[in-house]
Unconditional design. Structure first.
Lengths: 68, 448
């Protein structure tokens, strides 16, 4: 688990939790066996978590390979 | 409940050195992404003998060739519908939009993925929250909800912030005024022109919006007039509300600047998501703080359609963040967007910018609507006429207004004579989205 943001600053507890939630959603988005109701809502949630984690400088990446 | 005044306190108050480090990190990633995935950008870089590895500092940004609207349109013409700019497959898109087409040119078509569409709303959140929109607000969108991107992002931003969204949609202005009053709306989002139109309509209906509505905030976008002091003053008095300017562009999908609640006479740049350069439009070289120049934007938002060093033709004056005491460290554009370089008209050797004319016209409170009409007398001499309508009950002011306005316009334009023509009420066009108040009726030369 990354312990710093993209500028190398240590993550606080909130940021660690947010990044963990984001990564969990990314993992879910890679699954091919989820029902449509789960697969599509995971992607919506991942898009939202991308904003929070990007705004807080926790990641800056593209998600098109996950359909997001 | 006490809320932070900032949507993103971490970055909006970040030290400038850290902000620049963040911009460099994002720039390098976005350049690498664009080079690897967008044929348009790869060709651009290759033509300049550049690879992403050359971008080591923020100053290296200037090694990247400018990107122009003309190139974008040519790309679309060569490879319909979206050109070779997209960096991922159209199948990843969930939204389609296009530019307003008010300039008469071929519209630019854009696609957004789920993430990018949510980012578009996110940028509006910076601006709307910064101006004071909160979950308890009821926000009315006086907007037609078509393919033009307009206030779409602001709509979803308000949903995200927990405010009540009231989509105005395709209705008459009268019906919209009724809804605004009946539903207890606290915030209205529209173009400056249409906010004036709503007020005019309300007055005709015998409604005083300042006393009979709950509106205390106006969110303005789509026209430079949102930062013209006289327009803002008229709107704030008419509505009994604070008016906040924002500006965006379809090419970015959203806003890049906004006026904060302190109303410092300018708009903050969202610098953790954009790099905004200001250059001399003739040389492309950067100009210092306080100097009028052209906006050039690099966006870290949409990865679908990367925008790197895009020449916007918007006229701006950048000033340091210290010009505002709100605590944000994002620099400002003093006076917002001041017009467009390609809006300039040459009349008998004098440059005339529509926004500058509007700033003078709107100082006269008795004027209801106006139009700038450029024409040619006897096939030889160019003339400029300001056609205007007076507000009901202000007819007695006409003689003094006619003389005063002509003098003020001439004084501001090297003595150029402006003709002033009074029109009957209701004869000049009204606008909902971007106003088009300039008509150039001069004949166009045709060469066979």
């Amino acid at each position: 688990m990354t312990q710093t943001d993209i500028l190398g600053r240590p993550l606080n507890k909130d940021e660690q939790d947010l990044l963990a939630a984001y990564n969990a959603l990314k993992d879910l988005a890679t699954r091919a066996d989820l029902a449509p109701c789960a697969a599509r809502n995971v992607r919506r949630a991942l898009a939202a978590m991308w904003q929070a984690t990007n705004d807080l400088d926790l990641q800056f990446e593209q998600l098109y390979e996950l359909g997001v | 409940m006490a809320y932070s005044p900032y949507w993103n306190p971490k970055n909006e108050t970040m030290a400038r050195d850290d902000l620049h480090a963040l911009q460099l990190y994002k720039l390098r990633r976005m350049v690498a992404w664009a080079y690897a995935n967008s044929p348009f950008h790869r060709a651009h870089f290759d033509a300049a003998g550049l690879t992403p590895e050359y971008i080591q500092t923020l100053d290296d940004l200037r090694r990247i060739p400018f990107m122009t609207r003309e190139e974008w349109m040519a790309s679309i013409a060569d490879q319909p519908l979206f050109g070779d700019l997209p960096a991922t497959a159209p199948a990843n898109a969930i939204r389609y939009h296009l530019t307003s087409g008010t300039s008469g040119r071929t519209p630019i078509r854009v696609l957004d993925s789920t993430k990018d569409w949510d980012w578009i709303a996110e940028m509006w959140c910076y601006g709307l929250w910064g101006f004071g929109i909160r979950p308890q607000d009821s926000v009315y969108f006086a907007f037609g909800y078509g393919s033009f991107i307009g206030f779409w992002g602001a709509h979803y931003a308000c949903e995200k912030m927990g405010a009540l969204v009231i989509p105005g949609g395709a209705q008459t202005t009268e019906a919209r005024v009724k809804q605004i009053v009946e539903l207890g709306v606290t915030t209205v989002a529209s173009t400056p022109t249409y906010a004036l139109r709503l007020w005019q309509q309300a007055t005709e209906m015998g409604i005083n919006l300042a006393t009979e509505s709950k509106v205390d905030k106006l969110i303005l976008s789509g026209e430079p007039a949102g930062s013209i002091p006289a327009v803002k003053r008229q709107l704030e008095e008419a509505w009994g509300a604070k008016a906040g300017d924002t500006a965006g562009m379809t090419e970015l999908g959203t806003i890049m600047i906004f006026e904060c609640a302190r109303q410092p006479g300018g708009t903050h740049i969202i610098e953790d998501h954009y790099i905004e350069e200001v250059v001399d439009p003739a040389t492309g070289e950067p100009v210092p703080y306080g100097t009028l120049g052209e906006r050039v934007v690099t966006s870290f938002g949409r990865g679908f359609i990367p925008v790197l060093r895009y020449r916007t033709k918007d006229m701006v004056v950048k000033v340091p963040h210290t010009n505002c005491d709100c605590g944000r460290t994002g620099d400002l554009y003093d006076g917002g967007i001041r017009g467009r370089w390609d809006d300039m008209k040459l009349i008998r050797g004098t440059n005339v910018y529509p926004r500058a004319v509007e700033a003078i016209v709107r100082e006269h409170d008795a004027i209801d609507e106006f139009q700038i009409y450029i024409w040619r007398r006897d096939d030889i001499r160019d003339e400029i006429t300001i056609k205007l309508e007076l507000k009901p009950g202000r007819e007695a002011e006409w003689p003094a207004l006619e003389a005063g306005l002509a003098r003020e316009l001439a004084d501001a334009h090297e003595g150029l004579r402006f003709l002033i023509e009074r029109m009957e009420p209701g004869t000049l066009p009204r606008f909902e989205l971007k106003a088009k108040r300039l008509e150039d009726a001069r004949p166009t030369a045709v060469y066979s």
